[in-house]
Design a protein around this ligand. Structure first.
Ligand code: R1P
Length: 286
């Protein structure tokens, strides 16, 4: 999200650059993948920017808050590729189209993918504005057979079967917690992210089901991106901004809406940018 945060992913490329990006990229790039946090792109210095619509065969962002731009530049001394805007299943794209940029980053030479997202808090102790470092994920679409790796396996990227128990590194999250605290983030959480197809938000019964299942935060992205990143051997660091507290009671008068998500994302962009700027050099080293 522009936010996608700036999802930053790290890429490594053969031609020698060392990038770190919100989405992962090639020559030791870190990449961000973005969502509703467009200003994360401001962390990228001397950025060269390409609108998705000008890149041949690239999908375009159709969701508010996702600018639809690919940035190449640096954070500190680390080369990064940054996606300002990601692609979601509910936009009508297949999961393989949604995750195509992850493979592009791999081909560019990215080594580490940083993924950010806006998520609803399922854990009753979570509050709007908190950051949750992702320690594990539940792939609801995947459990139902809708997986970006379904179909022919392209051996150039990875093996047919993919271990998913070791995607998120506890040591990186430990480091991220201390880096986050140093940059002024309060009450950083660490939890389980689950993705649903969207674009509908969750019913009360679904929220309570997810609580029983051990979900801490829910969204409509990220999980399929980390699947494809793991398949092609990228390191992954992922976090959520809790943009709303999911409604778990029929007596509540609250309802989630996209404007609120964007608003909370905007209010927190500055601190997320500081966090990502501090984390990238550590990720580039690890
Ligand atoms: C819902 O408000 C939107 O915000 C989140 C959800 O997944 C959904 O797309 O976006 P990102 O996951 O792209 O941050």
């Amino acid at each position: 999200s522009a936010t996608s945060s700036v999802s930053i992913k790290d890429y490594s490329s053969g031609s020698g650059g060392q990038y770190n990006s919100g989405y992962n990229s090639g020559s030791n790039y870190d990449s961000y993948s973005g969502n509703n946090f467009g200003s994360l792109g401001d962390a990228v210095t001397n950025a060269t920017k390409f609108d998705y619509k000008d890149i041949p065969n690239f999908p375009v962002s159709t969701v508010m808050g996702h600018a639809g731009r690919l940035l190449f530049g640096h954070i500190g001394s680390t080369p990064v590729v940054c996606m300002q805007g990601r692609f979601h299943f509910y936009e009508g794209y297949s999961l393989s189209a949604c995750t195509m940029p992850v493979r592009l980053m791999k081909l560019l030479g990215v080594t580490t993918l940083v993924v950010s997202n806006a998520a609803g808090g399922i854990n009753p102790s979570y509050r709007t504005g908190q950051i949750m470092l992702i320690k594990d994920q539940i792939n609801f679409l995947g459990l139902a057979g809708v997986n970006p790796l379904r179909g022919h396996n392209d051996e150039r990227f990875g093996d047919r079967f993919v271990a998913m128990n070791d995607v998120f590194d506890p040591e990186i999250n430990k480091l991220a917690k201390s880096v986050g605290e140093m940059t002024g983030l309060k009450e950083i959480q660490e939890g389980v992210y689950a993705s649903v197809g969207g674009p509908t938000y969750e019913t009360v019964a679904e929220v309570n089901l997810m609580r029983v299942l051990g979900v801490d935060a829910v969204g409509m992205s990220t999980v399929h991106e980390t699947v494809v990143a793991k398949h092609c051997g990228l390191k992954v660091f992922a976090f959520s901004l809790i943009t709303n507290e999911c409604v778990a009671s029929y007596s509540s008068k609250e309802t989630p809406d996209g404007e609120e998500v964007l608003q909370v994302a905007k209010e927190n962009e500055g601190k997320l940018k500081g966090f990502v700027e501090k984390m990238i050099p550590h990720l580039a080293k690890s």
